[in-house]
Structures are given as structure tokens and as C-alpha cells.
Design a protein around this ligand. Structure first.
Ligand code: GUN
Length: 281
């Protein structure tokens, strides 16, 4: 069993982004990212802080808009409109989830698709479906980088995704398909789930249930990617995969933390760099 080091792979991605950012700066272009956070969800605060740190490390201009929980939809929409017109801002990200009185779909649809570095806008989602895109969604794109880092050829392999969210499960399946995997999406209503996951050469767990994937659900020698970010009974951070139970069965596995998490942010940096290039091209 080999542990895939998400910190090391993400460091390399960010170094490459930084090097390209320096070339852009020589031409007077500074990639700019605006991050909007509404309310005080502690996990979101940490994610947003980590995004700011990564921007700084890559040499980007970044602005955080921390809005109070009582912010109205009109106020949020007005901020998006302002950022859409701001030439210093190439990427706009609104951290989810939003407080329940706000409509995330309305915000996502309002972001200029060219500045949608999350790739959540329907225009960008459609572009991914047909394989003709500017931006890949950060978490699935990060997972693909981790799979590539193993040296395994995805083409022709059986890939199973557990989870069907718009942010991870659905686009994840599409990216695996683009690389010629035979893909199956499973979810909470799937019958005989273990019979399906046991056939996977590549298994991606994104179901949001702590330590859900056990050894008897995994094929010998599989590549196991854990997108989960949960707390176990003792309040300790853990993934959707029971790492201790599964680790000796697979060829490669990602840890939590230190696997997919750092990759999501690295791919956001890559998208923001791409956004600066497109908007100055
Ligand atoms: N909340 C959890 N993951 C994400 C993400 O990738 N982007 C945004 N905007 N919010 C999130």
C-alpha cells in the first residue's frame, strides 16, 4: 500500500502556478481572486483562510468579503455584480453553504461564467459535459491529479464514484469518463453497493459519511480516493473511508487530512491563473 501525499502534489501544482504568475506579472498582469463568505460557519472560515494563504503564496491579489449572517440576497447579488465589473478581479468564489435564507443557485448563476473559478455556473457545468471547458471543478480536478501522481493509466479501468453531488460526485464521474474509464455512480439509494464498489479499480468516496467504506467493499489492489471530511465519534477528523481497515487492501490510498483537501485549493489557484490569462488574452 502506498499513501498518496496530497500535500506534496498540491505543493508542486502551486509552485507551477507561482512560476506562471511571475511571468504574467512581468507583463503587468496580477491574477485576482475575490472570496465571499457569509456568516460564521467555523469550517467555512478555515477553508476561506486557507484560500487566502494560498493566494498569497502564489503571488495573487486577493480580497475577502466577510459578510454578516443577516446579509440579504439583494446585498449579496449587488456585491457579485460589482465584482463581475471589477477588472482587478479575475475569479469570484462564494463559499458554500450559505445561510438558509440565501439562495446559492441565484448567486452562482449571477457570477460571470468567465470569473466562475469554482466551475459551478450552469454554463461551465455544461462545458465540462461536452469536454470543452475553461475551468474544471476544483475537487474533482484535484482527485484526477492525485490519480495521475500514482502513474496508473485510467483508460479502460473500472471507476466507481460513491456520491452524486453537483460539486463532487457528478463532475468526478465526468472527468473519469473523459479519461476513458468505465464509470459507475453510486449513492445512498444504491442497492448492493458493496458488490459494485468491490469491482472498482479506482474508487472515489464522496458520500459524506464517516468511515463508510470498509475493507470488504474494496477490490484487492484498488486505488482509493477519499473526498470525505467528517468528524468521528471522538471529534477527530476522518474521511469517508475507514483508512485503518482498508489500507492493506489497496495499492494507493489518500489520507484525511492531507489527501484531497490541499488539492482543492491548489486547483482553485490554477483556475484563477487561467482566469487571469483568459481575461487578459
Ligand atoms: N464549500 C465546500 N466546498 C466548496 C468549494 O469547492 N467551493 C465553494 N465555493 N464552496 C465550497
Amino acid at each position: 500500500m502506498n499513501i498518496i501525499d496530497g500535500k506534496a502534489v498540491s505543493k508542486k501544482v502551486k509552485e507551477d502556478v507561482k512560476a506562471e504568475c511571475e511571468q504574467l506579472k512581468a507583463k503587468g498582469i496580477i491574477p485576482g481572486l475575490a472570496v465571499i463568505i457569509v456568516g460564521d460557519d467555523p469550517a467555512s472560515q478555515v477553508y476561506v483562510h486557507n484560500k487566502e494563504v494560498a493566494c498569497e503564496a502564489c503571488g495573487f491579489y486577493s480580497v475577502k468579503y466577510a459578510l454578516p449572517a443577516e446579509t440579504t440576497q439583494d446585498e449579496l447579488n449587488a456585491l457579485v455584480d460589482k465584482l463581475n465589473k471589477d477588472d482587478k478581479i479575475n475569479g469570484i468564489l462564494c463559499q458554500l453553504p450559505l445561510p438558509s435564507h440565501l439562495d446559492d443557485k441565484e448567486v452562482i448563476n449571477r457570477i460571470d461564467p468567465l470569473k466562475d473559478v469554482d466551475a459551478f455556473h450552469p454554463v461551465n457545468v455544461g462545458a465540462i459535459m461536452i469536454g470543452d471547458y475553461n475551468y474544471l471543478p476544483c475537487t474533482p480536478a484535484g482527485v484526477m491529479e492525485l490519480i495521475h501522481s500514482t502513474g496508473i493509466d485510467v483508460s479502460g479501468k473500472k471507476a466507481v464514484v460513491i456520491g452524486r453531488s453537483n460539486i463532487v460526485g457528478k463532475p468526478m464521474a465526468m472527468l473519469l469518463l473523459h479519461e476513458n474509464a468505465t464509470v459507475e455512480i453510486t449513492h445512498s439509494r444504491t442497492q448492493n453497493l458493496a458488490d459494485i464498489t468491490k469491482e472498482a479499480d479506482i474508487l472515489v468516496a464522496a458520500i459524506g459519511k464517516a468511515k463508510f467504506v470498509k475493507a470488504d467493499m474494496v477490490k484487492d489492489g484498488a486505488v482509493v480516493i477519499d473526498v470525505g471530511m467528517n468528524r468521528d465519534g471522538n471529534g477527530k477528523l476522518c474521511g469517508d473511508v475507514d483508512f485503518e481497515d482498508v489500507k492493506d487492501k489497496c495499492s494507493f490510498i489518500t489520507p484525511v487530512p492531507g489527501g484531497v483537501g490541499p488539492m482543492t485549493i491548489a486547483m482553485l489557484m490554477k483556475n484563477t491563473l487561467t482566469a487571469a490569462k483568459i481575461q487578459n488574452g
